[in-house]
Write a new protein. Structure first.
Length: 357
């Protein structure tokens, strides 16, 4: 027995414009919506009797939305599925369209655009939540500020040109690359713009498209291996305390330095620990952590180092303070890039000589 697909009509919870959805299966009473920071987007369907229960329906599958809504669904058309033909059809069967072929270069380019847009959310290089809405909009070639109307118009134009299946396949590949090279944390606990850019570089390297980045416009300068400032295991002469923990060099804070073997700083003692309160943290950062230092664990402004993120990247120390060393990491350049580098603090050096936080 053939199933029936039903077209439902409702109104967008923000714009009030009519929209339709077609689905099979049991009857539904509500269209559910979720807001990830850029207005309501379709989140699913609900057959709950009460509106308040329908509003709660999308929370399990979309837990990071800021608000939820449900609008009444009205059935406007029932369309039975086509029955299989038992008699020979004299007309030749149409060939199925080939599956879209998405190249790694397209995936890497989309990841670069996403990283640039995400840097506006995380301007200091901190890990921040990456919205699925941003991933979709940037992969479709739209700006992050695009609204539902712009997104719908873009899909309509892609459908008319026959490119919609290709772009939808590209979205799937981009999300798969984020999960593979950044991890599921990208839309859970957060991700830094630098980690997204490294995912793009990894995609290019796997494809063999970034073998000679110094000869291609729109890519970072070639990676340089900075020599280790000291042999591993030797504590550097530094203005801040220095210690090792399982071959990782770091500067111990108050409460830790007293209990471990370490070299005292030439200028500063152990950094006090911060409070979790926002105002107290701001005072701690201003009066203690961000105080300029001549060096940090031997690093000085202008030093070239390697930074360990999802992959190893070159970086240049911009300045140092009691908290750590502020490093500038070169970014791929292109029409969507708004700055030549990204900044982040490093506070530790691993056993391979790469710095991280």
């Amino acid at each position: 027995m053939a199933s029936t697909k039903t077209t439902y009509s409702t109104t967008h919870p923000t714009t009030g414009k009519p929209v339709t959805f077609t689905k099979g299966g049991r009857r539904i009473l509500w269209i559910t919506w979720a807001d990830f920071g850029d207005g309501f987007v379709h989140a699913g369907f609900s057959s709950q009797d009460e509106h308040k229960k329908a509003v709660r329906a999308p929370r399990s599958s979309n837990p990071y939305a800021s608000r939820y809504e449900a609008t009444a669904a009205t059935a406007v058309e029932d369309k039975p599925a086509e029955q299989p033909q038992h008699e020979a059809d004299p007309a030749p069967a149409a060939e199925e369209a080939p599956a879209p072929v998405v190249t790694p270069a397209e995936v890497a380019e989309a990841l670069d655009r996403i990283a640039v847009a995400h840097s506006r959310v995380a301007p200091d290089g901190q890990a921040e939540y990456l919205s699925e809405v941003l991933v979709h909009l940037l992969t479709y070639g739209l700006p992050y500020e695009a609204d539902d109307d712009a997104f719908g118009a873009c899909r309509a134009e892609l459908r008319r040109s026959g490119r919609l299946p290709h772009v939808e396949a590209l979205v799937v590949k981009v999300r798969a690359a984020l999960r593979a090279y950044v991890g599921d944390r990208y839309n859970r606990v957060g991700v830094t713009p630098a980690q997204i850019r490294h995912a793009a570089r990894t995609v290019r390297l796997i494809d063999g498209d970034e073998k000679q980045p110094s000869h291609r416009p729109g890519t970072c300068a070639p990676q340089r291996r900075a020599p280790l400032p000291l042999p591993l295991g030797e504590l550097p002469v530094s203005s801040v305390p220095a210690a090792y923990d399982r071959e990782h060099l770091f500067s111990p804070k108050e409460g830790t330095a007293e209990h471990i073997s370490h070299r005292a700083g030439d200028v500063f003692g152990p950094l006090p620990r911060s409070s979790g309160e926002p105002e107290a943290w701001a005072t701690w950062w201003k009066t203690a952590a961000s105080v300029p230092t001549p060096d940090f664990l031997g690093l000085k402004a202008g030093d070239d180092i390697t930074v360990q993120l999802s992959t190893v990247s070159p970086g240049t120390v911009a300045r140092t303070c009691r908290f750590g060393a502020l490093v500038r990491i070169p970014l791929p350049q292109g029409p969507w890039a708004d700055k030549p580098y990204e900044e982040m603090y490093v506070t530790r050096r691993n056993q391979f000589g790469h710095w991280y936080r």
